[in-house]
Design a protein around this ligand. Sequence first.
Ligand code: 13P
Ligand code: SF4
Length: 336
Amino acid sequence: MPATSALAYTADIAEATRPIYERVKRVIPAVEWPFHAPLVHEINRLKRERNAVILAHNYQTPEIFHGVADIVGDSLALAAKATQTDADVIVLAGVHFMAETAKLLNPAKTVLIPDTGAGCSLAESITAADVRLLRERYPGVPVVAYVNTSAEVKAEVDICCTSGNAVEVVESLGTPRVIMLPDEYLAKYVATQTSVEIIAWKGHCEVHERFTGDEIREFRGRFDELVVIAHPECPPDVLEAADFVGSTARMVDFVADRRPPRVLMVTECSMSDNVAAASPETEFVRPCNLCPHMKKITLANILESLRTLEPQVSIAPEVAERARRSVERMLAVKPR
Ligand code: 13P
Ligand code: SF4
């Protein structure tokens, strides 16, 4: 098997990867494709050999998202589709909590995360012990955990949610108050959409917390007809300045359905590239905040992971059983 450095851009590989390049040519310069194509080609070959699928989050770079992924989407779609695969091996091109969720839902499969350092500032903001203290402080109040949490935290809560179903999940509990953790801004946004009282934790996404309402207004001043769509992990003043608020999947659908002439996607930077590749009629204005964790996943480490079947995600059985229940309860909540 050739080492990554020995993979060459041959005429055969150029020909075989041409249809893939056609999909990404608006966002990957032609001069860069010879570096990606041999890796893309070898990963797709090895996937078949290993009976593997690659699940990629919307924040992955276009060469991963359009080049090697079998299933793409937001956290909710990845969790739901992880339950539907017949593959023996799942490679999670995303961050660690997503790979843990895939493992919870597929305990018998090999789940790989190409870089175990791909974390998340939200997941790191809360521990299982913190949840136990919250329960002591608010006895009887149900706890909803954003999927951006560790399996240990999921094991302590009543139900999970994502940014795509948070309001439905909160209302499904039928109580006047819920604790929602760890994202303070998502919790505040949900509180604007429901009459349920929300008790929030003070975790933040290190990518979305950097946007400001002033920055959005400045972009509006510079670009005519700008449609601003924002992720609910952004601070409240950003969401107030936006035309639409939704999960990454809802943002994708918004652009596909409305086809606005000019869009500012207030979220991680690669997402605009991935949507732009498929939306030639829309101009994307890019305030480029990158997630350093998402960017730890590369074609090179995906290939290495498929070759070695490492690093594998494992979760202690006593934690996994309780955490799985929280994720499965979420998946049972009907979308609106
Ligand atoms: P989505 O659930 O909208 O995909 O966002 C989750 C997220 O922030 C991934 O980092
Ligand atoms: Fe976590 Fe924010 Fe990165 Fe998403 S974008 S993985 S919420 S740090």
